[in-house]
Unconditional design. Structure first.
Length: 136
């Protein structure tokens, strides 16, 4: 218990240091081999797809709030108040899930904000190496 906060901080720093995609922005891509760069590019693309799929699912959850509004309206018109109350209760849940999930995804996947820039760095370095190799 004595070193709990220190251990937690060290594990957080270690996790951040092991993120090659963010590390690539801080150091030059010259320190990586071409196969590592190609591997990082594939990893970036798969992570982008995963994050985009999560964002799409969250968007559907958030958009379901409008469906709950319509259901509540129609339930009140049909004089079924208990369905209307349940639907009204699900509206803030849908929007809250969307907002909370989006914040969590942004925090856990910091690279996504810089994905275009990282992709450009890797592709530029690979192209530069191809030109250097073609000289000989």
């Amino acid at each position: 218990m004595k070193h709990f906060f220190l251990d937690r901080q060290l594990s957080k720093l270690e996790k951040q240091a092991n993120n090659d995609l963010l590390l690539l922005m801080e150091v030059s891509p010259e320190y990586y081999t071409t196969t590592e760069l190609k591997s990082l590019l594939r990893e970036l693309k798969t992570k982008q797809k995963q994050v985009q799929k999560k964002k799409d699912n969250l968007f559907l959850v958030g958009a379901s709030g409008s469906i709950w509004m319509a259901l509540s309206f129609f339930a009140q018109m049909m004089e079924i108040p208990w369905i209307g109350l349940i639907a009204i209760g699900l509206i803030p849940l849908a929007f809250g899930t969307y907002i909370g999930g989006t914040i969590i995804i942004e925090k856990r996947n910091r690279f996504f904000k810089y994905a275009y820039h990282i992709d450009k760095i890797i592709r530029t370095e690979i192209e530069r190496r191809k030109k250097d190799a073609s000289i000989f």
